[in-house]
Design a protein around this ligand. Structure first.
Ligand code: ATP
Length: 579
C-alpha cells in the first residue's frame, strides 16, 4: 500500500485484504475494525475521547534497546534516519541478522493484529510517570517478537506517522465492492455504508457491524447523542440569477455566518460540542455550553449551528479571525470575556429522541424555533427569509452583508429537503459576498513547504508553498506560492505550529523545493484574482495574486479543494462578483 498513492490501487489492496477469511480472532470476533484503526494511525476515532497513544520518543528508544541493541546504537541510528519507524526497522533487522535463533522459533513468535492493537491500547491507557516503566516493558515485549518490517510500522504508529493515505471514502468503496456481486450492487452498498458512516463516523465499528450482521444492519444506524453526525455541506452557484430556477421557484435564505461550525448534543442539561471535524470542542466554549444549558428548552437534541464572535457591548458580528483566538487550551476564561460569542442555530438533527434527518426543512426549522427560549440573545435561530422573487433575494443578501455576514445560504423548501449528513448536495447552495477576491470562491489549500522570510518577517516563515488535492493521482499537488495576507498573528501561529520535516512526503508533488518541507496538515483559505495556466506548477494552473484569508484549523487535509474544483473555477471565474 505504501508503494502507491493511487486511490484505485489502495482500494484494490483493501478489497483483497478484507476478503480474507481468517480475519477473526480466537473468539470469532472480526478484527476488521482493528485493521482499519491501525491503517489510519489512530486507536479510535477522535470523538470517542479515549486516551490517545502518547509515548515520548525517548521511551520508545529505551523499549527497543531492551530487545538487544545498546542505547547508544539506538540513538545513533535514530539520529541518522530521524524517525522511529525507520529506526526500529533497521535495528530489528540488525538484531535478526545477528541472532542465532532458528526459523522455527521465529514462526512461533508470530504477532497477531489483535495483540498489536490491544497492546497499543494498553500502553495508551497508562498515564503518569510511574507508568513509564510499564509502557516501555509492554512495547519492548511486543518488539522482541516482531519482524523488522512489523517493527517499522509499530514505530511509525507510535510516531503518529502512519501516512498510508487511506481516506475513509476509499475504504468504504473497498467494502462496498467486496460485498457486491455486480456494479449495481456495488453502488447500492456504497450508498448504504456511506449513510451509516455519515451518521456514525467510525469506520471500524461500521465495518465490524457489516462483517457480523451483514449490510442490512447499516440501515439501523440512527443519530445518537454523543456521536457527532458528519455535517451537511453546501454547493456553490456563481450567479445569483441561477438560485430561484435551481431551487424550483422558492427557497429559504439564511444568513451565512462567518464563524465556527458547531454541532451541539444535549440531554438533561448535559452538553457536548463537536467541531466540523468531529472533535470535541466543549472546553473551548464554556459560554456556549452555558447558553445551551440555560436556553435550549428541548429535553434532548442534536443541533447544527455556527459560533460567531461578537463585539462586546454592541453585539455586532465580528469576523472568524477573532473567534480563532478562542481556540486555545489555556486562558479560556480570559479570552471568553474579551471575545464573547453568540450561537446561531440553523438545524435540528435529533429532537427528544426522534431522528429529524428525514424531516423536510420547513418542519425542522419550525421545531428548531420551538426548541430555543426567546428573550435572550446568546443562542438564536439564524435569521431566515422565504424568497420567492429575485428582488427579495437581492435585498436580503445586501441586508445580510450589512449585518456583518459572509452572504447567504439558500436552502430547499421542497418536501424532499432532508438533512443529508456528510453530503455536499444541491439542497443547500451558498452565495458569498466575494468582495475579497475575484475568483468565484475561496480555495482551501494545504501548506507543503515554507521559505524563510526577510525584513519584517526575518526569522519566521515568509513565503508558503501550498497544494491542492488531485483526486485522480491521490497526491497533494503544488498550486502556488503565497505570502500576501500574512499578518503578525498568522505568521506567529504558523511559525509555532508548522512541523518541518527532512524530505518531501511521498504523496506531495511540487516543482519547487522550499527551504523546509512541512507536514501537510495545516490548511489555509486563500483567494485570488484569476486561475492562469502555468507550466511551473504540477497541476498546470496557478493563481494570480493569491492572498491568505485565514488559517482553517477547523479543516483537515481531506477537506481541501481538489484540482478539478480549481479547474472548474477557471471556467466559472468572472470579474463582477457582487450583486
Ligand atoms: P464547506 O463547509 O462548504 O466545505 P467552507 O467551510 O469554506 O466550505 P463555506 O463553503 O463558505 O464554508 O460554507 C459552508 C459553511 O458555512 C458551513 O460549514 C457552516 O460552517 C457555515 N454556515 C454559516 N451560516 C450557515 C447557515 N445558515 N447554514 C449552514 N451553514 C452555515
Amino acid at each position: 500500500m505504501e508503494k502507491t498513492t493511487k486511490r484505485l490501487e489502495i482500494m484494490a489492496i483493501f478489497q483483497e485484504l478484507f476478503k480474507q477469511a481468517d480475519l477473526y480472532d480466537e473468539n470469532k470476533q472480526p478484527i476488521h475494525d482493528k485493521i482499519i484503526y491501525l491503517c489510519q494511525g489512530k486507536l479510535y476515532p477522535d470523538w470517542r475521547r479515549k486516551p490517545e497513544l502518547q509515548m515520548a520518543k525517548e521511551l520508545a528508544k529505551r523499549a527497543i534497546a531492551l530487545t538487544g541493541p545498546r542505547l547508544e546504537t539506538v540513538n545513533d541510528v535514530f539520529k541518522k534516519v530521524g524517525d522511529l519507524g525507520t529506526a526500529f526497522g533497521i535495528l530489528k533487522q540488525q538484531i535478526d541478522e545477528n541472532s542465532t535463533q532458528s526459523t522455527l522459533y521465529k514462526t512461533e513468535r508470530v504477532l497477531t493484529v489483535s495483540e498489536v492493537y490491544n497492546t497499543l491500547v494498553q500502553i495508551a491507557n497508562y498515564s503518569g510517570v510511574v507508568s513509564q516503566k510499564k509502557k516501555i516493558s509492554m512495547l519492548s515485549g511486543m518488539l522482541s517478537r516482531c519482524e523488522a518490517q512489523e517493527a517499522k510500522y509499530i514505530g511509525r504508529f507510535i510516531d503518529s506517522k502512519m501516512r498510508l493515505g487511506t481516506a475513509d471514502l476509499t475504504m468504504i468503496e473497498a467494502i462496498a465492492r467486496m460485498l457486491a456481486k455486480n456494479e449495481n450492487e456495488q453502488s447500492i452498498n456504497r450508498e448504504i455504508i456511506e449513510r451509516a458512516y455519515n451518521i456514525y463516523p467510525d469506520l471500524g465499528t461500521v465495518l465490524k457491524t457489516v462483517m457480523l450482521e451483514g449490510i442490512d444492519a447499516m440501515k439501523r444506524f440512527q443519530p445518537k447523542l454523543g456521536v457527532p453526525i458528519r455535517s451537511m455541506l453546501a454547493q456553490r452557484l456563481d450567479s445569483p440569477e441561477e438560485f430561484l430556477p435551481k431551487h424550483g421557484g422558492e427557497f429559504a435564505a439564511e444568513y451565512k455566518l462567518d464563524g465556527e461550525r458547531v454541532q451541539i448534543h444535549t440531554r438533561d442539561k448535559k452538553v457536548m460540542l463537536f467541531s466540523r471535524r468531529q472533535e470535541v470542542i466543549s472546553k473551548q466554549y464554556p459560554d456556549v455550553v452555558n447558553s445551551v444549558m440555560n436556553y435550549i428548552t428541548a429535553k434532548s437534541a442534536i443541533l447544527d449551528g455556527e459560533i460567531v464572535a461578537i463585539e462586546p457591548g454592541t453585539g455586532k458580528l465580528m469576523p472568524f479571525q477573532l473567534l480563532m483566538r478562542r481556540r486555545r487550551k489555556y486562558g479560556v476564561d480570559e479570552k471568553m470575556e474579551e471575545i464573547p460569542t453568540r450561537v446561531y442555530l440553523f438545524d435540528v438533527l435529533l429532537l427528544d429522541g426522534k431522528s429529524m434527518l428525514d424531516t423536510p426543512y420547513l418542519e425542522r426549522r419550525a421545531c428548531l424555533e420551538r426548541s430555543v427560549s426567546t428573550s435572550q440573545d446568546k443562542i438564536l435561530p439564524v435569521p431566515q427569509k422565504i424568497i420567492k422573487s429575485y428582488p427579495e433575494f437581492v435585498d436580503f443578501f445586501n441586508q445580510a452583508i450589512k449585518n456583518g455576514t459572509e452572504g447567504l445560504l439558500t436552502k430547499s423548501t421542497k418536501p424532499e429537503s432532508v438533512y443529508q449528513p456528510g453530503a455536499r448536495g444541491w439542497l443547500w447552495i451558498k452565495l458569498k459576498s466575494l468582495q475579497r477576491g475575484k475568483l468565484p470562491d475561496a480555495i482551501d489549500v494545504v501548506i507543503i513547504g515554507v521559505n524563510w522570510g526577510e525584513g519584517r518577517r526575518a526569522g519566521q516563515w515568509g513565503t508558503l508553498l501550498v497544494a491542492v488535492n488531485n483526486e485522480d493521482t491521490g497526491s497533494l499537488e503544488m498550486l502556488t506560492r503565497v505570502s500576501s495576507g500574512m499578518d503578525d498573528e498568522k505568521a506567529e501561529f504558523l511559525f509555532k505550529n508548522l512541523k518541518t520535516i527532512p524530505t518531501c512526503p511521498r504523496n506531495v508533488k511540487s516543482t519547487e523545493t522550499p527551504d523546509k518541507w512541512v507536514e501537510p496538515d495545516t490548511i489555509l483559505e486563500i483567494v485570488g484574482d484569476e486561475i492562469t495556466e502555468s507550466p511551473n506548477t504540477i497541476i498546470g494552473y496557478s493563481i494570480r495574486f493569491p492572498r491568505i484569508v485565514r488559517i482553517r484549523d477547523d479543516k483537515g487535509v481531506d477537506d481541501i479543494t481538489t484540482a478539478a474544483e480549481v479547474l472548474s473555477m477557471r471556467t466559472g471565474s468572472r470579474n463582477e462578483t457582487d450583486i
